[in-house]
Design a protein around this ligand. Sequence first.
Ligand code: SF4
Length: 375
Amino acid sequence: MTRLETLIEDSSAAKALEKALNHERLNHQDGLDIMKSDDLHLIGTVADEIREKDCSNKVSFVQSYNMNYTNYCVARCSICAFYRPYKKGVSSPDGYTLTLQEALDQVKDGVSLGATEIHIVGGFNPELPVEYYENLFRGIKERWPQVTIKALTLAEVSFIAKITRNSIEELFTRLKRAGLDAHTGGGAEIFDPTIRNIISTPPKCNSSEWLHTAEVAHKLGIPGNSTMLYGHVEGPEHIVDHMLRLRDSQDKSPGFLCFIPLKFSPGNTELLKSGKVTGESSSMLDLKVIATARLLLSNSINNISIYWVALGTELAQVALGYGGNDLVGTAFSEKVYGATGRNEVVTIERMAHLVREVGRIPVERDTFYKELRLL
Ligand code: SF4
């Protein structure tokens, strides 16, 4: 018996870890056993072994530029420090909606920084018609046909479809025709309805609507991210449930390119002000969530992406040893986490250096996880 096998035998998550090493699909109880186990290092070791098998020793990222076209929002989620409340005819001193020209000027900056992907999300602004998005996407593609447009959270798509009285199919079809290449997957938060009702408000779609929107996107040939916001008021059972619902969706209608666990950043949010959360999740939880994702999603969603903007670059490096194989992107100009006080700027050279420091091979990729070049 190897030392790893002996350690696994003594672990409270033994059954789940053995199944993972035998390439068996894990179930809800397995996920819970892993999340509740104190053997973090052992779980990370097994996740790292599965990661090597699933994705080799390369660590990828894309050169991306984040653009947030409006911060007006009717949803007012307690997890959010980015939005300004939308009220018809009333403007907020720091509220904004970019004009087409302002948006294109920002994209120009992003392209000049080397971005191959323009990542576009915003608040739920009911004044914007479908044409606003169509003109933006068309304008980008006309000027920079080489860039990939990864735009809108699935929650935004669900909202825009409702207020413009389009079906999800109709809306996606129009947006794709205008230049949309991929969705950003955001707004998933946590699917469990009890938790979801605490962290977001009704204009944001429920979990069935989110998953339906993803499935329609994938059927129409628009792939994208899958995400989960953790580290607020959820428990381990909600995390496991969320990951397994994504896996089920991927079985039904494949199109998720990656899974990105997003650590909740409480600065300036209502959840912090109300005392429902008192601070950030521990690094122990962050690493366990990443390892659990690798083990539960293996052979379904194989890219487990570490969002360094939320974790910080040092913890992101550690997370690469707990099942992560991707660092998302350079995220130039990111504002949503920036509103909570996280404002780190990282160049592509710095990202490559971070990867080399942990003994792995940095790779620039495109939006669709195709390798562009070794760095
Ligand atoms: S998380 Fe999104 S939907 Fe919720 S308030 Fe912020 S911008 Fe609006």
